[in-house]
Write a protein that binds this ligand. Structure first.
Ligand code: GLP
Length: 241
């Protein structure tokens, strides 16, 4: 794993966005996996700005999202569909056909998860996968205890994850209890992984990741076995200034 410690959040966003821009620029077609959450928002804003100032042909870009809450419609402001529309798809004018997110509001989530896994297999591999890190070590919504060989499926969210994500909802009870997430095995098939970690609350998880050997109790530790992982963090996250 390569670790990049940037001065602050804004430098992290600019640096990662620049890498993403370059990645797209160098390829006529590419498949990018997107994470949601607080961490990558500024990076996505920077990417949009770079594309605005130095237009890129995005026709060959296809996107796959990591996860989605079950029971939220795409129009729900807390859905990851809504997030992606707001921060990435609309500003970059990506067409509906170029973008893929599991649907959280179907009447058969198990089928939807299998269908999404099949889609990734059929279109894949993902060339560049962006990830965030949960305070309990989750990536996507793969909570502690997840099998390293897991595929895209329906999962129950850990109480600590619902608590951490409740800041975006009116109350803790409004946070969905389940989600569809790419599995750890699915994520590991991506060619290159960018893991973004920032914020004082992420310091313990980052240190655990850096010092742990692969264990199912800490899902992100699987990344030690991937040949091309870049972790981007900030000085204050890394050194707890
Ligand atoms: C969430 C999402 C992940 C995200 C992670 C960190 O629960 N399922 O995809 O990367 O946890 O989120 P944040 O960046 O808001 O801390």
């Amino acid at each position: 794993m390569h670790i990049h410690v940037l001065k602050n959040t804004s430098e992290l966003a600019q640096y990662v966005a620049q890498q993403m821009y370059q990645h797209i620029l160098e390829r006529s077609t590419t498949r990018i996996g997107f994470a949601t959450g607080e961490t990558p928002k500024e990076t996505y804003n920077c990417l949009v700005n770079y594309v605005k100032h130095a237009p890129l042909n995005l026709n060959g870009v296809e996107t796959f999202n990591l996860d989605e809450y079950i029971d939220l419609s795409p129009a729900h402001p807390n859905s990851y569909h809504y997030y992606m529309d707001q921060y990435v798809f609309s500003p970059l004018k990506l067409s509906y056909d170029q973008t893929h997110i599991p649907r959280g509001n179907t009447n058969n989530s198990t089928y939807e998860a299998e269908h999404y896994e099949h889609l990734i297999k059929e279109h894949g591999p993902i060339h560049l996968q962006v990830l965030g890190l949960g305070i309990n070590g989750h990536i996507g919504f793969n909570e502690p205890g997840t099998e390293f060989s897991s595929r895209t499926r329906v999962v129950e969210l850990a109480p600590s994850t619902r608590q951490a994500n409740s800041k975006h909802f009116a109350s803790n009870e409004k946070v969905p209890t389940h989600a569809i997430t790419m599995g750890l095995g699915t994520i590991m098939e991506s060619e290159k992984i960018f893991l973004l970690v920032q914020g004082a609350d992420k310091t313990p998880a980052l240190h655990e990741l850096l010092h742990s050997s692969p264990t199912q109790n800490f899902p992100a530790s699987i990344l030690h076995s991937h040949p091309n992982v870049h972790i981007f963090t900030t000085e204050s996250t890394m050194y707890k200034l």
